[in-house]
Design a protein around this ligand. Structure first.
Ligand code: S3P
Length: 432
């Protein structure tokens, strides 16, 4: 995919549905009694992997891809059946493998779960530890704390052990895994994390009828709720909107309205970063549906300032760091990103991949152990970008290419299908 400097982004756009919420809608819809209808579902490869796993676990799921509509015929907490294929395949999806492992740990049938070449390198020790504390019988088949994971069945009338888990990482995937296992426990299950991570699981579990309690950095759940199917309207994904926000900020004369974007405060770090950078950005039409707030975001080309970010804001923008790094190259002064070591275990080692690719484009950027330092204001020039099959790298560097001199070539661009299949058509469509 070749990207060249492009004209302003003007008018309005809608981005696809939120990936995290789409996954959870399939999972909780499957564990509920009755029908769950999901509108604005993200038809990206990761969420399709979740659908295919739950179909294999015996849940009928109807898909109308053109209308982004999914209907799940849930069978209740005990309605899953042994997978029709021996091995459940999550593809590239970390959310699917970690959340689904929590659910599978509570079942009375065995299962094996794995994924693609990237998934089998990502750390699973972070879910094996709490699940074993809950008495789940789960192992890494190659004994390396990575997938494939083998989950052995619980004995008849045996329940998981409700625990209070203190997670060493602020990770919604870990928290959600433990809370979902907690559905099958013998008492309350609690998770405390160092900083609050995205809370879509807690919000959606409550909407479906579970008893969930949240206080500061701790979320807890009571076992065996009766979950009831419902309608879910998925807001646009702020992680996808971030590429359009950034493009409008750095391409001269842009003025763009991004409609219907989720602005859950555990996900809105990118908006805070824009404000700290003195960007011209505002929210309109703020509303809430199913506990999830959303808004239209109006953004205009701006002169940006370098900033320093770290600590509790990091989990609220963890997936946006590739695009924040790009933005920082167009800001005046120094940007420091710290406490973001989790970037090393995402779909690629994002610290390494961001720094290498931005250096190739002429940026002044240095990797640190837990983030990076960028001295903004250097002109970027087109380069060959190795996406490492990481969707967020491919999209962030497409935006960089829109404002760089010369032409930028994105390798393996089809990896955007993971979270935003129409990305190139949408981002390149403003000047046609
Ligand atoms: C996600 C949580 C985040 C995020 C991922 C989606 C989720 O991972 O990076 O893209 O849906 O729960 P961690 O919670 O492991 O940081």
């Amino acid at each position: 995919m070749i990207i060249k400097k492009n004209g302003p982004l003007k008018g309005s756009i809608r981005v696809p549905g939120d990936k995290s919420i789409s996954h959870r809608a399939i999972m909780l819809g499957s564990l509920s009694d009755g029908k769950t209808e999901v509108d604005n579902f993200l038809m990206g490869d990761d969420c399709i992997s979740t659908i295919s796993c739950f179909r294999q676990l015996g849940i009928p799921i109807d898909l109308d891809s053109n209308k982004h509509k999914v209907t799940i015929h849930g069978k209740g907490l005990d309605g899953l059946t042994a997978p029709s294929n021996q091995v459940l395949d999550v593809g590239n999806s970390g959310t699917t493998i970690r959340l689904l492992s929590g659910i599978l740990a509570g079942q009375s049938f065995p299962s094996i779960i794995t994924g693609d070449a990237s998934i089998v390198k990502r750390p699973m020790g972070r879910i094996l530890t709490p699940l074993r504390q809950m008495d789940a019988d789960i192992e890494s088949k190659d004994n390396n704390n990575c997938a494939p994971l083998q989950i052995n069945k619980l004995g008849r009338n045996v329940k998981l052990n409700g625990i209070h888990y203190h997670s060493p990482v602020a990770s919604a995937q870990v928290k959600s895994c433990v809370l979902l296992a907690g559905l099958y426990a013998d008492g309350e299950t609690k998770v405390t994390e160092p900083y609050v991570s995205r809370n879509h699981t807690e919000l959606m579990l409550s909407e479906f009828g579970a008893s969930v309690h949240v206080s500061d950095n701790t979320a807890s759940i009571l076992p065996r709720p009766k979950l009831t199917g419902r309608k879910i309207n998925v807001p646009g994904d702020i992680s996808s909107a971030a590429y359009f926000i950034a493009a409008a900020l750095i391409v001269a004369n842009s003025e763009l309205l991004i409609k219907n974007v989720g602005i859950n405060p555990t996900r809105d770090g990118i908006l805070q970063v824009c404000r700290m950078m003195e960007a011209d950005i505002s929210l309109e039409n703020i509303r809430t549906d199913g506990g999830e707030p959303s808004a239209d975001i109006l953004v205009r080309h701006s002169n940006l300032k370098g900033i320093e970010i770290g600590g509790s804001i990091i989990p609220t923008l963890i997936d946006e760091i590739p695009i924040i790094a790009v933005l920082s190259c167009f800001a005046e002064g120094k940007t420091i990103i710290k406490n973001a070591e989790e970037l090393k275990v995402k779909e690629s080692n994002r610290i390494e991949v961001i720094v290498k690719n931005l250096t190739n484009m002429g940026a002044d950027i240095t990797a640190t152990d837990d983030g990076m330092i960028i001295n903004g204001g250097k002109t970027l020039h087109g380069a060959k970008i190795d996406s490492k099959l990481d969707h967020r790298i491919a999209m962030a560097f497409t935006v960089a290419g829109l404002a760089a001199d010369g032409s930028t070539s994105i390798l393996d661009p089809e990896c955007v299908n993971i979270s935003y299949p129409e990305f190139f058509k949408d981002i390149l469509g403003f000047n046609q």
